[in-house]
Design a protein. Sequence first.
Length: 645
Amino acid sequence: MNEILAYVLVFLARVADVSLSTLRLMLVFRGQRLLGSLVGLFEVTIYIVALGWVVQRLDQQPLTLVFYALGFASGSYLGSLLEERLALGVEMVQVIPHGTGGRILADDLRRQGYGVTELEGQGREGHRTVLLITVERKAPPAPGDPAPAGAPGLRHRAGYPPRHRRRAPPGAQGEVTLPGRPSMNVALLVDFGSTFTKVSAVDLDQPRLLARAQAPTTYATGLEQGLDAALAALEQAYGAPLPPFRHRLACSSAGGGLRMVAVGLVPGLTAEAARRAALGAGARLLATFSGSLGPADRDRLAELNPDIVLVAGGTDGGNRTALLDFARALAGCPTTATVVVAGNRDAAPEAAAILERAGKAVVVVDNVLPRLDTLQVEPAREAIRRIFMEHIVVVRGWKDVEARLGAILMPTPAAALRGAELLADGAGDEPGLGELLVVDVGGATTDVHSVAAGLPADGRTVLRGLPPPRSQRTVEGDLGLRHGAPSLVEAAGLAAGGGEAAARWQERARRRAAEPPFVPGPDEPAEREADQELARAAVGVAVDRHAGRREPLATPHGRRWIQRGKDLRGVRHVVGTGGIFRHAPDPAVILAAALDPAGEGPVLKPRAATLWVDRHYLLSHAGLLAEVDPVAALKILKAGLTRVA
């Protein structure tokens, strides 16, 4: 019995001294020398006593040596457990994030108080960011455990173990999720406008807007300068260095927009079809010529100096001479515009040959009006967009921007129309709003987009002219809040009648045209109200021009109606977009000008509609994003809508 007790005491003594040795080394290494020295006193005392006991009894009790060795081994294991349990000091955790989110993760951890070092590496799947994170040894949880109280933003999942002495499983990678932080699937959306370059960062995994900013567009000194300023403002709004972007998408007005002229035979048919094709493609329509191109018309066309001339004439199988006459007239016109031939299919090749012999650039597409009752504008629109891509290359600094962002996807107006279609029709399982009207009030123009059938609403109405397109855009170049303020005041009749009030409106218009960046401050309530009234006038006049009209017709069977254009009376949603809707005292007052509650007038405007404001000005950005992720684009756009009435 005494021998067994002796063996146990030797074993326990050796376990105690080796464990204390491990603890002593850890304390000294962590800088706690005094405590380490006290532990060493007990350690060496136990060691000498145990060793002396073994040496004295080695001849009579050889098993003592075995228990001494077992104690050493057990002490080593127990010491390692004790060291890990106490976990004094700090250690380094290595994390290799999935995807391209290393930078955003590092910044978030630094804000939580961690020390983070970023290293660049190359793995089997390409570029990787390696993060070395300095943490308190008691802070890191085991894989799959909840985050510790002192580090709520750090959570390891199925990845690199938090203790540096543990062995990572083959192929394991670190993934740290940040509750409440954006995921790593982020897109950058850029709109190079004629006045401002607008940028947004959006999260696609949890569809939402992360940040938005803008800066003046720098056409004179190069687009890259304005882009850099906008991105710096975006980073400031985001509150951290910008994350890597999986997608970089851009649209542009190309230094004022793609300037275009439409030519057709009959004002209400081929000329109207050409006009619709131009507007739907996002071009800025300067003029529409119909009938013929005489000397005065050719001089006017040369003076307008368009980028594109869209020529239509004759249905397929119908009149072919009109298209050839237009080609001969344009061949003698001193214009460098690209000519898009979209008329009679039999005459189109000959018309193109005439223009090419005169040195004109020519693109032939399908007839925009193949039959009197059929409008076919998409081939012409696509050709216009391709020409737009070639046209924008001449903008100063575009090559530098293209190297950073990739190619421009579409003109800004086309992106806005695509955004309106997305909002109306929905995407995937995400529903849209249904038929709607969008009004974009800007400094130079007011654009109106409608996505609605617009056909006669009852059997007493007969449609005349071309059938209305479901997606339609109109641009009013004389209805702007800054550059276009003088013509807006005139078109809306705000200065009619003369007198002091008229003079005051004219003075306000001159000031706004001379100072486009002018934004009334909180201490200028009268000027803010004036901006709101100007916007209301722009919306009223622009929607009047966009909507269809009807006129009564007396027949033996009673009163009937003739409809021209779109009937928008059944539209249930009106959306306002543009800076004025974010700053006006009462945006509902502005948008109400788009309505005709009685619905009995000659203009077929919406009667009773819900009024919305695109508070982040994301319509064109959503149209861009729809090219890669329409569902996320729609969710982000809908989240940015505010109901005002």
